[in-house]
Design a protein around this ligand. Structure first.
Ligand code: ATP
Ligand code: MG
Length: 243
């Protein structure tokens, strides 16, 4: 049992949850290392939503609302950390949810689909095809899902798949605590925030954005500027960290 008065209680609980999900075969061992990288950046960020991320979250809501066919692409870490948050976002939008894995086995696909269904996510199922121009297993996706999507929300994405989706002409929104990653720099829009903070913020924005604000956010979207601002916010915090 993790003592509730431990100063890193929440972080330890999340680690325990991911370790359990790894033992269950939902999260891959590689996924645990990705989480570690994310945690390190979140420590630098201060485990809060930065102002630049708040803007990115509202812009994401505007883009999802404007999309013809938005799809949320879910991997093992996202399912283990944020199944309820995905369900809420799906209910607030017209987005479909597709499971897409880097370390893809039929068994993991089934386990993650079952976990999402338990949390009331309406998950797409069907026969996957090699639709994304990549050599590894992440090429597999559903024609009626990511294959025909105009916008894909991919939390915790890998850089080369993000590039491949962009090359297919899709808009890509990612959630990535590392503003320097290839994914962050390649996506149409990057939310530099922890996934369980980011998804509820996008869901909340979907219901309070006016049409005017939404149009303005889309018109002024500049991901390079948002990333630069996120880096400045982190740097300012670091300079004063020991004050
Ligand atoms: P890239 O391939 O884009 O250069 P990478 O190889 O460093 O990135 P990956 O393991 O491919 O990283 O992707 C995982 C990314 O997800 C990391 O950048 C990490 O910071 C981020 N990440 C991990 N956990 C979370 C989380 N809970 N919330 C948001 N981002 C996270
Ligand atoms: Mg990578």
């Amino acid at each position: 049992m993790i003592p509730q008065d431990h100063p890193r209680y929440r972080s330890l609980v999340v680690r325990e949850r991911l370790a359990e999900a790894a033992r269950d075969g939902v999260v891959s061992l590689e996924g645990l290392t990705s989480h570690g990288r994310g945690e390190a950046f979140d420590y630098l960020i201060g485990e809060v939503t930065m102002p630049s991320a708040r803007t990115a979250e509202r812009t994401a809501a505007a883009m999802i609302r404007a999309a013809r066919h938005p799809v949320i692409s879910v991997n093992g870490n996202t399912a283990a950390l944020a199944a309820d948050e995905i369900a809420a976002l799906q209910q607030a939008s017209h987005a479909q949810v597709e499971v897409n894995l880097f370390h893809r086995t039929e068994e993991r696909m089934k386990k993650i689909t079952a976990l999402l269904l338990e949390h009331d996510v309406d998950v797409l199922t069907g026969t996957a095809e090699r639709l994304i121009p990549l050599s590894h297993d992440r090429a597999w996706s559903l024609n009626e899902g990511i294959g025909s999507a105009d916008l894909v929300l991919v939390p915790l994405e890998d850089g080369d798949r993000c590039e491949a989706l962009i090359a297919m002409g899709k808009q890509v929104i990612t959630v990535d605590l590392n503003p320097l990653s290839r994914t962050a720099r390649t996506a149409t829009l990057t939310i530099v925030d922890e996934v369980t903070r980011a998804l509820p913020a996008v869901t909340a924005a979907l219901s309070d954005l006016t049409d005017d604000e939404a149009a303005g956010l889309i018109r002024h979207l500049d991901n390079h500027y948002l990333l630069q601002t996120a880096i400045s916010e982190i740097a300012t915090r670091l300079i004063h960290a020991l004050d």
